[in-house]
Design a binder for this molecule. Structure first.
Ligand SMILES: Cc1cc2nc3c(=O)[nH]c(=O)nc-3n(C[C@H](O)[C@H](O)[C@H](O)COP(=O)(O)O)c2cc1C
Length: 329
């Protein structure tokens, strides 16, 4: 059975990728994932905020005429698995040494600026590609949707212009015309679109009157939003696609590939079931493909996208009334 696929110009032994998360922070876990069959790793993000904080620390050090030894006292304490820019680059180097599968670094920020040049350092450290996450939530009434889109395109242009390795863009689903933005991002240098960021919704504690940030792992229902947009975009936009959000098992991976994904990222399912879940998922994909006379992943890639499906209306407004009418008590 041929499970191979290509993504961002990289040869992948199968479509399963470990998405950006704490899973990528430990070399032991990375080795375990590789042994279990994962085709590539996206490391946890290095955030714009971390890069800017570290730069501020170095500037303060220079202003004080301090030597290197004193520098660390100006740098912010890394929280959790966020290790700061210097150690992030070392982590890329170590991951590249430890693994033979592609290692994708993740850069996460929402405004154009000097931090985007960190992409160059990621490339120099050995990253095979960069996943750029532009997670942003607009709260400013003077900022238009066009402003947000233009800024996203500018960030992508800056990052893609700074490196020769491929760059993918992890997007949020909250844009009024995703196809138009997707086209502009590809023109700005994105080699792949990663659909979609999950927005983590804070809750309100009504007793303590606190806003409570809480991170919930995904559920399989979240996959449908991805399937729809993979199907629509892969039919018209010339780039690769990766699915992230709600892919938990072999069926989810097969659906995502049929909708148009070159790769399918998993995080929640791996956090719940452990790295061995990769092996079981790959075995189940192979089993299903054999049962259904598929010889390779290529045969199913995009086979259910907007241009190939016998019922394109199912992905668009044409299906809206039909679906509402189908409700039965
Ligand atoms: C604990 C945790 C940490 C994450 N950290 C990052 C991150 O650093 N950068 C990023 O782009 N996405 C991050 N994500 C989002 C995942 O990469 C992924 O897009 C999301 O979990 C949806 O995929 P899933 O349904 O397979 O979990 C994180 C997710 C979790 C659960």
């Amino acid at each position: 059975m041929d499970l191979t696929t290509t993504y961002l110009g990289l040869e992948m032994k199968n479509p399963l990728v470990c998405g950006a998360s704490p899973l990528g922070a430990s070399l032991d876990t990375l080795r375990h994932l590789e042994d279990s069959g994962i085709a590539a790793i996206v490391l946890p993000s290095l955030f714009e905020e971390e890069i800017l904080a570290a730069a501020k620390g170095v500037m303060a050090m220079e202003a004080a005429g301090a030597g290197f030894a004193e520098a660390t006292s100006y740098l912010p304490d890394p929280e959790g698995y966020h290790i700061g820019p210097g150690q992030y680059l070392e982590h890329i180097e170590r991951a590249k040494e430890a693994l033979s599968i592609p290692v994708i670094a993740s850069l996460n920020g929402s405004s154009p600026g000097g931090w985007t040049r960190y992409a160059e350092k990621m490339q120099a450290a050995g990253a095979d590609a960069i996943e750029l996450n532009t997670y942003f939530l607009s709260t400013d009434i003077t900022e238009s949707g066009a402003d947000v889109e233009n800024r996203t395109v500018d960030i992508v242009r800056e990052v893609a212009g700074a490196v020769s390795i491929p760059v993918s863009v992890k997007l949020s689903p909250f844009f009024s015309s995703i196809p138009n933005l997707a086209k502009r991002l590809v023109e700005a240098g994105a080699g792949a679109l990663v659909l979609f960021n999950r927005f983590y919704q804070p809750d309100i504690d009504i007793e303590d009157l606190e806003v409570v940030p809480n991170l919930r792992l995904s559920s399989v229902e979240e996959l449908r939003l991805r399937l729809r947009w993979l199907a629509i975009l892969s039919a018209t936009i010339e780039c690769d696609f990766s699915c992230t959000g709600g892919a938990h098992n072999a069926t989810d991976v097969i659906k995502s590939v049929m909708a148009g994904a070159n790769t399918v990222q998993m995080v929640s399912a791996l956090l719940i079931h452990g790295a061995d879940h990769v092996t079981r998922t790959l075995e189940a994909i192979e089993f299903w493909m054999t049962e259904h006379d598929y010889e390779g992943i290529g045969q199913m890639h995009g086979s259910m996208n907007l241009s190939k499906t016998p019922d394109p209306g199912a992905y668009t407004r044409a299906n809206y009334m039909k679906m509402l009418d189908s409700w039965e008590r």
